[in-house]
Design a protein around this ligand. Structure first.
Ligand code: S3P
Length: 435
């Protein structure tokens, strides 16, 4: 990926109203659980990012028929069930969610699957899902717990499992395996990770119970048939985050971001905005397909307070840490990000990549094993050229920082943003950016 974006400081405020594209996590789940209803349903407002299209293409190979009604809405028809008794190769592209969630489903199907992915995905650890799936009876061959992975589908049995890392991908993988396993599957985590799968499965009538006891947060799931019901995806807070921070740091900006999912397991950024004393407001709070939604009005904040991200907050904003690092670079004082070691296993090693990039910008940043410490700066003024390592969230975070860089910022491989947010540059332009 040699696409290069060269950009300069913005000299006017960002202002106006945008509607944020659909949530990536919920889009994947709509395609997956929608296909498992074995019926014909409408999915409204689906993410068109490459990650979700990887999931869609896999279900097409499995025999699901899709008919687009317009740019974002489609009919998913899985009434003929999935193809069986064959050997298929599935390309998961850049998407960890596709890989880990689908491994749980494929492990229990009457099918042999080969999973492959791009360079970044092929480096990511899969032991976190291979280990519990094997305990359920799955037959998996991997390249030292990484892709390519071969799954020989078979009957699975329910287990009780305590997830070492609070990961919605691990949880959802086991829920998908549990939906088709003998007996009950129980998954515990000590910190609640995003619960979109639980919300959607309850909505579709699965045999599922969630709660908290002395061992932690649990999900209990049994073999279920799902009711074919239409689904609608809410706007992605992880995409909104780039505009929330841009609105806060670009002088005199005021941005209304409409239709943003604010599910409490995803809305840690709002807690940080309160800590940092950012001027923002939630408007028009409502529910869509049982997910909480609001419009977010963010205004420029002259004096940004430093903040600390740690503990139970981490899974609630794990994908927002790169852009919150940008906010920290503009804060007056020292911000601390810790307990976030799993950042090293994302689309890139986000601790290492952020530290290296911020040093390029002359930001005072110190790398830690599980995070970093940033001392904010009054002014960024440095010619920089940055690598994105196929990591869409780095690319967009660097772009937002470039909006206040007095000198030129060059971002290599910028088109990796298509993974989650192909509309990104058009939306920034609609708010007044003309670089
Ligand atoms: C996701 C869960 C998170 C997140 C990823 C999407 C999901 O990963 O980082 O972008 O849709 O379940 P982990 O659960 O591995 O932290």
């Amino acid at each position: 990926m040699d696409n290069l974006l060269e950009t300069k400081k913005i000299n006017n405020p960002l202002s106006g109203e945008i509607t944020i594209p659909p949530d990536k996590s919920i889009s994947h789940r709509s395609l997956i659980f929608g296909a498992l209803t074995k019926g014909k349903i409408k999915i409204k407002n689906l993410s068109l990012g490459a990650d979700c299209l990887s999931t869609l293409k896999i279900f097409e190979k499995l025999g699901v028929k899709y008919a687009w009604l317009n740019e974002r809405d489609l009919i998913s028809d899985s009434s003929n069930g999935f193809i069986e008794n064959t050997h298929l190769t599935f390309d998961c592209g850049n998407s960890g969610t596709t890989t880990r969630l689908l491994m749980g489903m494929l492990a229990g199907l009457n099918l042999t699957s080969n999973l492959i992915g791009d360079k970044s995905l092929s480096k990511r650890p899969m032991k976190r899902v291979i280990e519990p799936l094997e305990l359920m009876g799955a037959k998996i061959t991997s390249n030292e717990n990484k892709l390519p992975i071969k799954i020989e589908g078979r009957k699975l049995k329910g287990i009780e499992y305590f997830s070492k890392i609070p990961s919605a991908q691990v949880k959802s993988c086991l829920m998908l395996a549990g939906l088709n396993a003998e007996g009950e599957t129980v998954l515990y985590e000590n910190v609640l990770s995003r619960n979109h799968s639980e919300i959607m499965l309850e909505y579709l009538g699965a045999n599922i119970q969630t709660g908290q006891d002395e061992k932690g947060f649990f999900v209990k799931i049994k073999k279920s048939s799902l009711i074919p019901k239409d689904l609608e995806v809410v706007g992605d807070i992880s995409s909104a985050a780039f505009f929330m921070v841009a609105g806060a740091i670009v002088p005199n900006s005021k941005i209304l971001i409409k239709n943003v999912g604010i599910n409490p397991t995803r809305s840690g950024i709002l807690d940080i905005f309160k800590q940092a004393k950012i001027n923002f407001e939630l408007k028009n709070e409502r529910f869509i397909s049982n997910e909480k939604v609001a419009d977010i009005l963010v205004s420029y904040t002259k004096e940004i307070k430093p903040f600390t991200i740690e503990g139970a907050l981490i899974p609630r904003l794990i994908d927002e840490i790169p852009i919150l690092a940008v906010l920290a670079a503009c804060a007056k004082g020292q911000s601390i990000i810790k307990d976030a070691k799993d950042l090293r296993n994302k689309e890139s090693d986000r601790i290492k990549t952020i530290v290296e990039a911020f040093k390029e910008f002359d930001v005072d940043i110190v790398e830690k094993e599980d995070g970093f410490i940033i001392n904010g700066k009054d002014k960024i003024s440095k010619n920089v050229t940055l690598e994105t390592f196929l990591d869409h969230r780095l690319a967009m975070s660097y772009f937002v920082l470039s909006l206040i860089n007095e000198k030129t910022t060059k971002i290599k491989g910028f088109d990796c943003i298509n993974t989650s947010f192909p509309e990104f540059l058009n939306l920034v332009k609609s708010l007044g950016y003309n670089g």
